[in-house]
Design a binder for this molecule. Structure first.
Ligand code: NDP
Ligand code: BG6
Length: 474
């Protein structure tokens, strides 16, 4: 019998993401029939109270539970109160599991990972085929991430550690790999001969709100760029892997991370922008400044834009512009591959003004679309005029969009590590991010204010304008 044990079962991640994902998998009959799910947190509660709590949250999430799906799902659920950082706290759990192998999902603060692993070991719960699932952020910098990874590795070898980056569970992110490697015509153009630059935008309209105790320590660089954005960059920039197997893909991502050019005190001032939102209007609503949400002054950035350079043969001279922020005008995760302009135009002066360089736009969320901007001749009899037309593959098939965690949970249950992050990837990403953070602090760069509902500080525009480029939404 397979057991999924969720540590931190009453927390935000478990209740907002994991439980709904498991319920939807149940509805689609995708969960292994024998699977039992055990929630664990310190809050005292019996099974009945836990079931009520889960039912209420699923009711709200699904706008009405399907009674038969709920009955099947509830059969699998149980709850056990325990402090999972202490082996004594886990003694009863060991009895409940009765020696069965388990998957432990640590939906807990990463500062607890080390003590939880040690407690699992001491309580005899880290058996040979048990797996552990850990969440981001693994550490706050390279040193702390190494420490956490080392503590986990003392108990679980790497093949049993599943590090979640939920962006890798998104259907559209997986499609990026298919787009690049299941088509012949992109690959010959996927390099510095044909591509001018790449833009990756992860824009959110939400503010930080009551997550500020976590966020104020991390900021946008560590919260978004270190993980989700660097993973997207790796998938865009990596060489074709030998196969789609976990290690083949991870080996290629690691090479990209190793090729990222570090920042210096001087270059960081030219090539990066930090911002923090003030009050403003987002989607017609007046919203408060970050510092008002926190209730005090802060030097934490809620916006980052930077130019990343990948120093290798394929990408030399092609800037990757990364931009992410809270309280921006729209929610949008988008990759733009901007091709170079024509080397020479055979069209007359008038038509020449119509020319726009080809561009591949990959919309990951909320719209799911891949579109290729192509030049066409405008129909008409009075001389040649051109127009840019998007050739669009709308990927929105309608129906419910799966939560990224659904894919990831199924893969953990099946023991498939392909969509999880290997230790060296996490540590290399931290090493580059530490470089950015140190350069910021050496250069004494505080975040620049931007109005909520705008696209960030003016410097974010200048970052591209200096080289005659612009963000796609301008
Ligand atoms: P919360 O603070 O909301 O939840 C923490 C959970 O851990 C609670 O259930 C708490 O319950 C339990 N807990 C704390 N200490 C112990 C302990 N010693 N023994 C047993 N249970 C304990 O955190 P989140 O759910 O927001 O985050 C969890 C992890 O997921 C973090 O690593 C976070 O960075 C990551 N994450 C979260 C996201 C989100 O959307 N929330 C997104 C991406 C990553 P009790 O107090 O009853 O013990
Ligand atoms: C999380 C960050 O990892 O990703 C959040 O901690 C952010 O700050 C979230 O809002 C964005 O994820 P998504 O799937 O909503 O784009």
């Amino acid at each position: 019998m397979q057991r999924l044990v969720i540590f931190g079962a009453t927390g935000d991640l478990a209740e907002r993401m994991l439980m709904p994902s498991l319920y939807f998998l149940e509805a689609d009959r995708l969960l292994p029939p024998e699977l039992k799910i055990l929630g664990v947190a310190r809050s005292p509660m019996d099974r009945g109270a836990y079931l009520q709590r889960v039912k209420a949250l699923l009711d709200a999430r699904t706008e009405g539970l399907d009674a038969s799906v709920w009955d099947r799902f509830a059969e699998r659920l149980d709850y056990h109160p325990a402090d999972v950082t202490k082996a004594e706290g886990l003694a009863d759990l060991a009895e409940m599991l009765g020696g069965a192998s388990a998957i432990y999902y640590l939906a807990l603060s990463p500062s607890l990972y080390g003590s939880v692993c040690a407690a699992l070991d001491k309580a005899g719960l880290a058996c040979g085929d048990c797996r552990i699932v850990v969440e981001k952020p693994i550490g706050h910098d390279l040193l702390s991430s190494r420490k956490i990874n080392a503590e986990v590795a003392q108990v679980f070898e790497e093949s049993r550690v599943f590090r979640v980056d939920h962006y890798l569970g998104k259907e559209t992110v997986q499609n990026l790999v298919a787009l690049r490697f299941a088509n012949t015509f992109f690959e010959p153009l996927w390099n510095n001969l044909a591509i001018d630059h790449v833009q990756v935008t992860v824009a959110e309209t939400d503010g930080v709100g009551d997550r500020w105790p976590y966020y104020d320590e991390f900021g946008a660089l560590r919260d978004m760029v270190q993980n989700h954005m660097l993973q997207l960059l790796c998938l865009i920039a990596m060489e074709p892997p030998a196969d789609a197997g976990a290690d083949s893909v991870r080996d290629e991502k690691v090479k990209v991370l190793k090729s990222l050019r570090p920042f210096s005190r001087t270059s960081v001032q030219q090539l990066s922008v930090r911002g923090q939102y003030r009050g403003g209007v987002v989607a017609g609503k007046t919203v408060a400044a970050y510092e008002a949400e926190k209730g005090g002054p802060s030097e934490t950035e809620t916006f980052v834009a930077l130019r990343a350079d990948i120093d290798n043969w394929r990408w030399a001279g092609v800037p990757f512009y990364l931009r992410t922020g809270k309280r921006l005008p729209e929610r949008k995760t988008q990759i733009v591959i901007q091709f170079k302009p024509l080397p020479h135009s055979i069209f007359g002066e008038v038509a020449q003004q119509d020319l726009t360089a080809n561009r591949l736009v990959i919309d990951l969320q909320p719209k799911e679309d891949i579109s290729l901007l192509l030049m066409n001749r405008k129909t008409g009899m009075s001389g040649t005029r051109l127009q840019a037309l998007p050739l669009s593959l709308s990927l929105d098939a309608g129906g419910r969009r799966r939560i990224a965690y659904e894919r990831l949970l199924l893969d953990v249950l099946a023991g498939n590590p392909a969509l999880f992050v290997r230790r060296d990837e996490v540590e290399l990403a931290w090493s580059w991010i530490d470089g950015v953070a140190h350069a910021w602090s050496d250069a004494g760069l505080p975040p620049k204010p931007y109005a909520a509902g705008s696209w960030g500080p003016a410097g974010a525009f200048a970052l591209l304008e200096r080289s005659g480029r612009q963000w796609l939404d301008e």
